[in-house]
Design a protein around this ligand. Structure first.
Ligand code: MN
Length: 283
């Protein structure tokens, strides 16, 4: 099992680096097709099945499906462990099958795994829980599998954007880090140090509670119109924040996805209409 998992992560990382849609660390989608965006999954297998069924990639070759924050969390956590890597491996298998159609953007929990840092979720420190279960599963091969997962996570793009001005990333920097954010991180090779606290990939994935003024400033700097993010928990599945930001979540029974026509220009209220409750998707 270990070698298969190592090969899976390595192949998926190679696909990330060689993706022809990738420019620097941003996936620039073609000007036509359908974009399906998932919020944080955190090991929620049932919602993954609903998202995959909704996207139906095999029958919709022009559909692009974005995942984020798959790792940490989930129901099956014996002995204080965390088995979310099992879902993560299944999503990587889907990526191998549909390399350009399936995109995983970097989340803050990914940065915690790469930098081996503490990260709390629901009162539980997830990095140790994750390593505990990974060690239980892979025993003597734990170190090698863990390193390969980290290499994969580092290979991920930071964002996906459309020509119509929609930007999908896990979060955006907090208000105090917007003006001096190092935009070069989108264009150059990423290193593990970029994911450390205070560094650009960290700031991009950990930011919370944004003001309209700073959302506007960051949108202008990126040349985009509307942000679609995950990261911040939403009990109802989504929130509209100000005039140009939507947060989605897919990690509980009220989770949602968003499905939109890449060629069309949307207002934020029209995008809200594109949100689909996952409970409504038949699997
Ligand atoms: Mn997050």
């Amino acid at each position: 099992m270990a070698q298969k998992t190592i090969d899976l992560c390595n192949k998926a990382a190679e696909l990330n680096y060689s993706d022809k849609l990738r420019h620097g660390n941003i996936i620039e989608l073609p000007s036509e097709g359908r974009l399906v965006v998932s919020g944080d999954l955190h090991g929620h297998r049932k919602n993954f099945k609903r998202i995959a069924a909704f996207a139906d990639l095999a029958n919709n070759p022009d559909t692009y499906l974005v995942f984020q924050e798959i790792l940490h969390g989930g129901k099956d956590e014996p002995h204080s462990g965390c088995l979310s890597f099992l879902l993560f491996f299944d999503i990587l298998k889907l990526k191998l099958k549909f390399p350009e159609q399936v995109q995983l953007v970097m989340g803050n929990h990914d940065t915690a795994i790469v930098t081996d840092s503490d990260v709390m979720k629901g009162g539980k420190e997830m990095n140790e829980a994750f390593k505990y279960s990974l060690r239980q599963c892979f025993e003597d091969d734990f170190e090698e599998v863990n390193e390969t997962i980290k290499e994969y996570l580092l290979s991920q793009p930071l964002a996906v954007k459309t020509t119509s001005g929609i930007w999908v990333s896990h979060s955006i920097p907090g208000d105090q880090h917007i003006s001096d954010f190092d935009h070069e991180v989108f264009d150059r090779e990423l290193f593990p140090d970029d994911l450390l606290r205070g560094e650009p990939a960290y700031l991009l994935t950990w930011g919370r509670r944004h003001s309209q003024e700073k959302q506007d400033e960051f949108a202008k700097a990126l040349g985009i119109k509307i942000f679609i993010l995950g990261h911040q928990k939403q009990d109802t599945g989504f929130s509209k924040i100000g005039e140009n930001l939507i947060i989605l979540t897919s990690e509980h029974n009220h989770g949602c996805l968003m499905a939109l026509d890449i060629a069309r220009c949307y207002t934020i209220d029209e995008l809200i209409e594109c949100i689909v409750p996952l409970a409504s998707v038949e699997v």
